[in-house]
Write a protein that binds this ligand. Structure first.
Ligand code: UT7
Length: 308
């Protein structure tokens, strides 16, 4: 869906959206599709590429802020069933846009402890169904999408080398769906509050700072320089956030891979979709070092150092 199509629904324009966010389009799931459907398609492709059998998967993790159901059952269980991961446990990670970053570290921990050999990590969102299409402050920003990865034991130094994960719950209400949980149940009314609500400026400021801090922390504690990093794969929320972080952190903007123009913000799915883009464009070689960096609802933030 192009910006011009949105401009027919709310008082906005292609020019405003592009100049304030870098977004040109967003993909919208079909009416009969929910997060598990998009996640399943991504998971199937990941299984095929990893050349494993679904029955070899020990854990299905689904990072999502827009799961099929409120609270339970988890979207991961729905994916586990449809995928045929018959020997797997399954659970959702509710970490907002930082979900895939947290998921990589969770998968690594399960493998390092010996509990799992193969973990299916999915980031899947149908955000267009939980946003207010009359609120121009939010509806221009989000889209639907999914990405997935199989994380397995590594013998050759590939995989998740380090992760830096943090939460600042003092900012929880800056990005929230306020109704529908036990704090403000549906039956008490206020269904408008089930949509995504955001203090855009507060999240913007928070994001610029934590992107810089996360990248610097990961580089410092692994004694890696920015020159050794092939790409920084950031959560795709707003091109201006990334540009501001690059400037503040004195990091060349070319290091950041961005595809927000095509997909908008797909929350927990932006990082796996970006990794998949790089993979499909043949821009990654075995041994490349990558840094992921995410931020979002919680407020949560963090990053991973990956060896491809
Ligand atoms: O995954 C994490 C999710 N969080 C985010 O992605 C949010 C991070 N924040 C942002 O990306 C930016 O703060 C926004 C894109 C949300 C807003 O950009 P901004 O440059 O900070 O705009 P603003 O809030 O300062 O608003 C500027 C003006 C306002 O008008 P007035 O009050 O100055 O007359 C808004 O009403 O722009 C207006 N505006 C719009 N105009 C046209 C806000 N949204 C729109 C719109 N089209 N879609």
């Amino acid at each position: 869906m192009a910006n011009d199509e949105l401009a027919e629904l709310v008082d906005t324009s292609d020019e405003w959206i592009r100049s304030h966010t870098g977004i040109g389009y967003r993909h919208v799931a079909a009416e009969d599709e929910a997060a598990s459907d998009l996640g399943l398609a991504a998971a199937r492709l990941a299984v095929e590429r990893a050349e494993i059998d679904p029955s070899d998967i020990d854990m299905v993790l689904c990072a999502t802020a827009s799961g099929d159901h409120v609270g339970f059952p988890s979207t991961a269980c729905l994916i586990q069933d449809q995928l045929g991961a018959n020997n797997a446990a399954a659970m959702d990670l509710i970490v907002g846009c930082t979900g895939f970053v947290y998921g990589l570290e969770t998968a690594k921990g399960l493998i390092a402890s010996g509990s799992a050999k193969h973990v299916m990590l999915v980031g899947s969102e149908v955000l267009t169904r939980i946003m207010d299409w009359t609120d121009r402050n939010t509806c221009v920003l989000f889209g639907d999408g999914a990405g997935a990865a199989v994380i397995s034991e590594s013998q050759n130094g590939q995989g998740v080398l380090d992760s830096y994960l943090r939460s600042d719950g003092s900012g929880a209400m800056a990005l929230a769906r306020k109704s529908g949980g036990t704090r403000a149940p549906f039956q008490d009314g206020g269904t408008a509050d089930t949509y995504i609500q955001m203090d855009g400026r507060a999240v913007y400021k928070f994001a610029v700072q934590v992107i810089v801090d996360t990248i610097q922390t990961i580089l410092d504690r692994n004694q890696v320089t920015i020159d050794q990093i092939k790409y920084i794969v950031p959560h795709q929320a707003n091109v201006r956030i990334i540009e501001a972080a690059a400037k503040r952190g004195k990091i060349p903007i070319e290091k950041f891979y961005m595809n927000i123009e095509e997909y908008a913000n797909t929350s927990a799915a932006t990082i796996p979709i970006a990794l998949n883009d790089l993979y499909e464009m043949d821009r990654l070689e075995k041994g490349d070092l990558l840094v992921t960096v995410g931020f979002g609802a919680g407020l949560t933030f963090g990053g991973n150092l990956l060896r491809w």
